[in-house]
Design a protein around this ligand. Structure first.
Ligand code: 13P
Ligand code: SF4
Length: 341
């Protein structure tokens, strides 16, 4: 029996007691074994709803499996085929430097900030935010979450992705001056105090190496080569790219955009290449789907069918994802606030 058939045999044997979740950035070979394919928000919801599953296998990156572990019931166990599949952006916001920045902000305008943390973050950072009245967001609901903060007449401390924060606030009609970028590598974030006093958002200078490979030149080149094409990019892309594109949206929103486009459309997409390649295949002959640049997430690519099979056949303890009880309750607070929205 080959690996794929052996995985199928395990899935049949386990039935509803096992659920395999696959993020859209996984390869088609991995997604062939997923019970649910989705973006990070959808998969978190599915993990929370799958109460009959004793074991949840997350084919994605570490922060996603951590979110599933936070939302899982006590009798459910969450695993990853490769626990080394991290997210470099999530690692760019560490607790000591975030706490130092938080102190600076609260010296300048005490009690007037709400931390908003992208789910692409580690559990201890989610806990830090949950404990300070903060909330998580995904790229699908960032706008709704920012509105929730602004409706309370508070200011936003956005972590860890500068671009998602900046692009979303701009979409809501705010000018560029409303955002101040805090660079944790520089003393005091390299931000003048006056700018901190006047802004609506302080955005942490973190970024995704996959989405910051997209450039304005690439969009211009598409316009030259395919004048009829429409360009859509993920909001983790730099603001110049997001603004030159025809649209920007989360993974789920990109999929909906392609679905809604008329037959014969040419759509050029700036996001992780495995998703774009799958959409190109799905719509072949009806719509032309091209990649803005073939940018791949090396961490997502760490998972493969062989590692999935090894996990299912041995269930090693080291592949289990659990969140320490020191941080889990506060991290859950931040996630629950988002889920309620
Ligand atoms: P989504 O929230 O759109 O699934 O994106 C996750 C991610 O890692 C994007 O780089
Ligand atoms: Fe992290 Fe970027 Fe990979 Fe998403 S695509 S998991 S943000 S490195």
């Amino acid at each position: 029996m080959n690996v794929a058939s052996q995985i199928d045999a395990f899935r049949r044997e386990w039935g509803a007691r096992l659920i395999i979740l696959g993020h859209h950035y996984q390869t088609s070979e991995v997604l062939a074994h997923a019970d649910v394919i989705g973006d990070s928000l959808e998969l978190s919801r599915k993990a929370a709803a799958a109460r009959e599953a004793e074991r949840i296998v997350f084919c994605g990156v570490h922060f996603m499996a951590e979110s599933a572990a936070l939302l899982a019931a006590p009798q459910q166990q969450v695993y990853m085929p490769d626990v080394q599949a991290g997210c470099p952006m999530a690692e760019m916001a560490d607790l000591p430097r975030v706490s130092a920045a938080w102190d600076v902000l609260n010296r300048i305008d005490p009690g007037n900030w709400i931390p908003v943390v992208y789910v692409n973050s580690q559990a201890d950072l989610k806990a830090f935010c949950g404990n300070r009245g903060g909330i998580t967001c995904t790229s699908s609901n960032a706008r709704k979450v920012l509105q929730w903060v602004l409706d309370q007449n508070r200011r936003i401390f956005f972590l860890p992705d500068e671009h998602l924060g900046t692009n979303t606030l701009h979409d809501m009609g705010f000018p560029d001056e409303a955002v101040v970028v805090y660079d944790p590598r520089q003393s005091g974030g390299a931000v003048p105090e006056a700018a901190l006093r006047n802004c609506r958002m302080v955005a942490w200078k973190g970024f995704c190496r996959v989405h910051t490979l997209f450039t304005s030149e690439q969009v211009r080149e598409v316009r030259r080569l395919h004048p009829a094409a429409r360009v859509i990019v993920h909001p983790e892309s730099p603001k110049e790219v997001a603004r030159l594109a025809d649209a920007h949206g989360s993974t789920a929103q990109i999929i909906d955009y392609v679905r809604a486009a008329p037959e014969g459309s040419i759509i050029v997409i700036g996001t992780e290449r495995h998703l774009v390649e799958r959409l190109a295949e799905e719509y072949r002959g009806r719509k032309t789907i091209l990649t803005l640049w073939p940018s791949g997430c090396a961490n997502m690519a760490r998972t493969n069918p062989t590692k999935l099979f090894d996990l299912l056949s041995t269930w090693p303890e080291r592949n289990r994802i659990a969140v320490s009880s020191d941080v889990a309750p506060d991290a859950r607070l931040a996630l629950d606030r988002m889920m309620r929205l």
